[in-house]
Design a protein around this ligand. Structure first.
Ligand SMILES: Nc1nc2c(ncn2[C@@H]2O[C@H](COP(=O)(O)OP(=O)(O)OP(=O)(O)O)[C@@H](O)[C@H]2O)c(=O)[nH]1
Ligand SMILES: [Mg+2]
Length: 468
């Protein structure tokens, strides 16, 4: 990947599956020439003659006979993502059509791009730091708004800024230690062991704080899932919309409104989760309803938490309790909905009765007027406990790889700090200390990409999808 920067690469860079539009992207010195050979423009102009940052509409040829309507977006290096010439071909979002366009580009001399190869080129050309490149992977993986915001902050270089400050500080200390070695015979003291120890202690403290407050990108993949489960018409979809603050699900008085599994991110307690809305569970023998029921039950067995939604006006649906008992699920919470339809006394009594079944905590709520929703969010958060990803707040985002490098740096600094005890006695000790400080500098350098190796880049970009 790193030894073929002179080649032109191509990949489908829109999300997999069907969509209204799909994108095939080329990057490299021949990108415009290759796209030009595939293009028939509406005005008859050649792409090769056009300046950068332009959009040209026309058709993209996929073989001798066939072509597809397309728009060509031209970016001339260095004014592009990779700082090379880039062409994006926007055409119909059918996976088959996009693959034909990609193959045509390969036939004309482009190479199939590897995972993250576009972003790797952006990094290698100096268009972005390694931390920002890893943030791109975070953005692609983000499942919730706060994850997306945290990735955005990482792209803005927050992590790089912290690390660079600490590297500067370490580099200064290293220079002082080296001066002490070089002028060992002179009666000059560049830095006292105490000051050195204190300053190293301060850097270790900052590194540890960074690790404690950072959120790992890898945790993006483990956002807990909560399933809304219950009889038809109980208000599952209404609750989904209320909790997510969206109109994701259609709600209607007719039972059996929801058929497929829908999802939306929600805030629970001090964290986030993905809420799933499903079809109601009833006894109907209707083929479609039986199929959706089977889907609901199998989803229930895969989620982290089931939230059973009941209609307070009809709370004793034994069939639902039977189904819920037969589920192979760990945790359950009951949301007794529509409490606006019954008196407060009635709601309390039914709540007690539900609690006495011993299935799990009971929250009285109304998806209509919002009663009890904060308590429900907290109860969901509590039930999820440690499986929950915490709200990211202002914390920086860090990949496991970067976390390991920070730890390595911290260890080297700790070893250097131990050596300060003996620092004045032998010059060997100062040599060793300089060695440890260099180790720490290198480890921190790998976080931001100031120090790179082919292995390290392979590791970072292997986590990407092709086309990014
Ligand atoms: N009064 C009252 N009505 C509600 C409440 N929540 C939902 N409803 C109404 O109950 C009906 C069913 O709501 P949905 O959210 O579609 O119910 P569901 O559980 O998703 O139903 P299915 O998808 O058919 O299983 C709609 O007419 C809602 O307006 C509530 O808290 N109070
Ligand atoms: Mg529904």
């Amino acid at each position: 990947m790193l030894d073929r920067l002179d080649e032109t690469i191509v990949a489908i860079s829109s999300a997999p599956g069907f969509g209204a539009l799909g994108i095939v992207r080329l990057s490299g010195h021949a990108a415009i020439v290759i796209a030009d050979r595939m293009a028939t423009t509406d005005t008859g102009e050649r792409l090769a003659g056009r300046p950068g940052s332009t959009r040209v509409s026309g058709n993209v040829r996929i073989d001798e006979q066939a072509s597809l309507p397309a728009a060509f977006y031209l970016f001339r290096g260095p004014h592009s993502y990779t700082r090379q010439d880039v062409v994006e071909i926007h055409t119909v979002g059918s996976p088959v059509a996009l693959d034909l366009v990609r193959r045509k580009a390969i036939e004309l001399g482009a190479l199939a791009a590897g995972p993250g190869e576009f972003t790797a080129r952006a990094f290698l050309s100096g268009a972005m730091g390694l931390a920002s490149a890893e943030a791109v992977a975070g953005m692609i993986r983000a499942q919730t708004d706060t994850q997306l915001r945290a990735s955005r902050r990482m792209m803005d270089g927050t992590l790089a800024k912290h690390i660079t400050e600490m590297r500067d500080e370490l580099a200064e200390l290293l220079a002082l230690v080296e001066a002490d070695i070089d002028f060992a015979e002179e009666p000059i003291e560049f830095i006292t062991p105490k000051v050195l120890r204190d300053r190293l202690g301060e850097i270790t403290g900052r590194l540890q704080r960074l690790l404690r407050t950072a959120t790992s990108v890898e945790r993006f993949d483990v956002v807990p899932h909560i399933l809304l489960f219950g009889p038809p018409n109980a208000g599952k979809s209404s609750l989904m919309n209320r909790l997510s603050g969206t109109n994701r699900a259609i709600c209607a008085a007719a039972a059996g409104t929801t058929r497929d599994v829908l999802s939306a991110p929600i805030r629970v307690g001090r964290g986030e989760a993905i809420l799933l809305d499903t079809a109601g569970v009833d006894r109907s023998e209707d083929e479609i309803i039986a199929a959706t029921r089977a889907m609901t039950v199998s989803t229930a067995e895969r989620v982290d938490l089931v939230c059973m939604v009941l209609d307070l006006a009809k709370p004793d649906d034994e069939h639902v309790f039977e189904t819920v008992r037969s589920l192979d699920t760990g945790r359950l919470i009951i949301a007794a909905n529509k409490c606006d339809l019954v008196s407060a006394d009635q709601a309390r009594q039914i709540g007690e009765r539900l609690r006495s079944r011993g299935l799990g905590p009971v929250c009285l709520v109304s998806a209509r007027d919002g009663t009890g929703l904060d308590a429900l969010r907290n109860a969901l958060g509590e039930a999820l406990g440690s499986t929950m990803t915490t709200t990211l707040g202002e914390s920086v985002l860090i990949s496991d790889r970067q976390g390991a490098a920070v730890n390595e740096a911290s260890e080297a600094i700790r070893r250097a700090a131990c050596l300060t005890e003996a620092a004045r006695e032998t010059i060997d000790c100062a040599d060793l200390m300089a060695f440890e400080l260099r180790e720490a500098l290198d480890a921190l350098g790998t976080v931001t990409g100031e120090v790179t190796t082919e292995d390290l880049l392979g590791q970072v970009f292997a986590n990407f999808c092709i086309g990014k």
